[in-house]
Design a protein around this ligand. Structure first.
Ligand code: GCU
Length: 427
């Protein structure tokens, strides 16, 4: 923690930030107790207009979106929120470490364990090997759609099991078929990528991992990439590999992630137009939730010592002299960057997953709708918040607040039904 604290202070000094506001306290105690009252969330706050150019002109055609407005939004997220991927990032070489046959949920499978080695001549002291596993049905009649999950390591899940039992290893299996089994039932494959193999989840490690390697071990500049962007970059490298593997239909790869990896999965979907669909689970603040909807986690938490490294340095300003209202973008525009591709956003009940703010994510999807419609697609189809447990999935944006806690499991069947409209197994 001390090293992260020092690094964050260095960034604050660089930006001339004297103090940061404390994050919301989850326990409800202290100077800034977490808010779970919709009446105080400022749900009507004015959002930046996704379809208005910085010079004030309205975006009225798909061409204006692709050529003018989308690049503006990308630049704002790059500079102010997520940071930039460096212009020259070392290359990745993929190797199949092993291939094994198995059976999952009654389906015969082939699993490849893969290693994506990042060239490290620039700083031999830092090694990065992307950890990826790919499982496809052994009897597939051709390349199959694949769901790529940004996966927590077993170790991490074990370490948080006492706090979030619903995420404990094996917890989902008790409730019915696992998501992997559900995916195989459809004749698709699944892959699990460990984002921390690309970038450790700590501010103390920003001079290490992929961010450190690309920077030759130097600390970050204010607009250098944060962990979310680095984790998303790793997901794109996994997709590069899939394009070389005949078992995978690389044009039909969906990306999925939960919580901090829900944020990273949304970033991957937004920036890499090759991903065909996304399941963004409980991504909350820094993910699909509007920064301007003050409910659950807030900017002050993301700017905290244990989370600031997810974002770029400039993001700290919005917890210092500036506020959420000063952000030049909001989460609806991150979702809009995914358009016209299908995105399903989920979360749990307020009691249990209120921190992630389901309604704040719903409101962001509603506000992304105009971009989907401009591109000839459909958004959520309503701006009225549905009762918990109700799936919205008539358009190219989907939403469901399930009835449990901080877990992606209950929404997997809904997501797969949604994604099934776009991804089909070979016949
Ligand atoms: C914390 C954090 C969230 C994050 C979550 C997780 O609760 O505040 O932003 O999504 O951890 O990744 O589990």
């Amino acid at each position: 923690m001390q090293a992260a604290e020092k690094d964050r202070q260095r960034m604050m000094d660089l930006l001339g930030i004297k103090d940061l506001r404390p994050g919301a306290s989850a326990s409800g105690k202290g100077p800034n107790p977490v808010n779970y009252d919709e009446a105080k969330a400022d749900g009507d706050a004015r959002l930046p207009d996704a379809l208005k150019l910085e010079d004030g002109r309205q975006v009225t055609s798909a061409e204006m979106w692709w050529k003018a407005r989308r690049p503006e939004i990308v630049e704002l997220f790059d500079r102010e929120v997520l940071g930039r991927v460096p212009a020259h990032v070392p290359a990745v070489t993929w190797k199949v470490v092993s291939t094994t046959r198995g059976v999952t949920g009654g389906v015969a499978t082939i699993t490849k364990t893969l290693d994506g080695h990042v060239e490290n001549g620039g700083d031999p002291a830092i090694t990065v090997d992307i950890d990826l596993k790919l499982t496809t049905p052994a009897a597939a009649r051709g390349p199959v759609p694949v769901v790529l999950e940004l996966a927590f390591s077993q170790q991490f899940l074990e370490s948080i099991a006492h706090m979030i039992p619903e995420m404990a290893p094996g917890a989902a299996a008790k409730a019915g078929p696992t998501w992997q089994e559900q995916v195989l039932q459809r004749g698709w494959g699944y892959a699990e990528y460990i984002p921390t193999s690309v970038q450790p989840d700590s501010g103390a490690a920003l001079t290490k991992g992929m961010i450190g390697l690309a920077n030759q071990g130097r600390p970050r500049r204010p607009d250098d990439w944060g962990a979310l962007r680095a984790w998303a970059w790793g997901a794109s490298r996994c997709l590069d590999y899939f394009a070389t593997d005949g078992a995978v239909d690389a044009k039909r790869v969906a990306i999925a992630g939960h919580s901090r990896y829900g944020k990273a999965a949304l970033v991957a979907m937004a920036y890499d137009r090759r991903f065909a669909a996304a399941y963004i689970s409980s991504s909350g603040e820094g993910g699909a939730k509007l920064y301007r909807h003050h409910f659950g986690e807030g900017i002050g938490n993301i700017a905290g010592v244990s989370e600031y490294h997810w974002m770029d340095g400039n993001f700290l300003k919005y917890d210092g002299p500036l506020t959420a209202a000063d952000l030049p973008v909001d989460a609806h525009e991150l979702i809009a960057l995914c358009a016209p591709r299908p995105v399903f956003i989920g979360a749990g009940a307020t009691k249990g997953d209120g921190w992630a703010d389901a309604r704040g994510m719903f409101l962001a999807e509603v506000a992304a709708g105009p971009v989907y419609r401009l591109l000839g697609r459909r958004g959520l189809g309503t701006s009225e918040y549905p009762p918990p447990g109700t799936a919205l999935m008539t358009g190219d944006l989907g939403f469901r607040q399930h009835l449990d806690g901080h877990t992606p499991a209950p929404n997997w069947p809904t997501f797969l039904e949604f994604a099934g409209r776009y991804l089909q197994a070979p016949r």
